[in-house]
Design a protein around this ligand. Sequence first.
Ligand code: HEM
Length: 251
Amino acid sequence: MYRQKYASMLENPEILDYGAYLQCDTLLQCQKPLKSLCNQDELQFQIVHQVEELWMKLMIYTLIDVLEFMEKQHSHRVITLMKRVHMIQKMMIEQMDLLETMSPKEYQEIRLQLGNGSGQESPGFRTLVKMPKDMWDIFSEQYLKGRNKSVEAIYDSEYEHDDAYTVAEALIEFDELLQKFRWQHLFLIQRSIGIGSHSLKGRPVDLLKSGAKYQFFPELWEIRNNMTDSWGQSYGKVRESILEKASQSEQ
Ligand code: HEM
């Protein structure tokens, strides 16, 4: 009785101005009709994926602005907008966990519905991974070449925590959160279909690990290694213990 009552309200919502502006009628029809769902988890499965696509749409839209503001070296705008992007990325990672409340069996039933579609066909993700190249090209042009600076100078020899540094750190945060998203997604796969299985395209799931290790801004990661090597030259790889040094000076 309750199911019928509330299901009917879900499927025939009253649309007032709020709903008209947000196109709730269209939005709420983007999922399968309740009667056609294969089990109690399929609605969750569809909604989590749809919400993630929407977040990626907003991220891409925001990153277009970021590209334009970087071209003009409007760094304050870049930092504010990148903060928004980072917040969306963190939400995407957290929201994926919802699907861990689905049992492996329920997922197998849902999987039968997917044809041979896979997340690799995600329109949002496919566009998103094209953007770091443009981000890096503009950063190099404006903040490095345009100022006659190198990544090394910004981070070490001429380090002054300036806008080039904060923009570079915003880029690396974006890269790190993309990696975290991919790792979190691997945990979700491990929990649902198992990491030793094959995707619906027939590829071993394990291949996703190389994507999760991929760095979009290698120069910004490399500088950390280089700094550790160059700062470490004074002491080599392993230093003398502080305790041993102290006892030697006491003798
Ligand atoms: C139980 C839930 C999920 C399972 C079992 C699963 C499984 C998979 C598998 C097997 C692949 C590899 C596809 C291939 O090689 O063709 C894949 C890729 C992908 N999936 Fe999922 N997925 C799940 C949930 C999600 C969610 C919620 C998202 C949200 C956006 C997502 C986004 C992606 C993306 C973007 C890729 C491409 C990843 C890359 O290239 O690194 N997946 N997924």
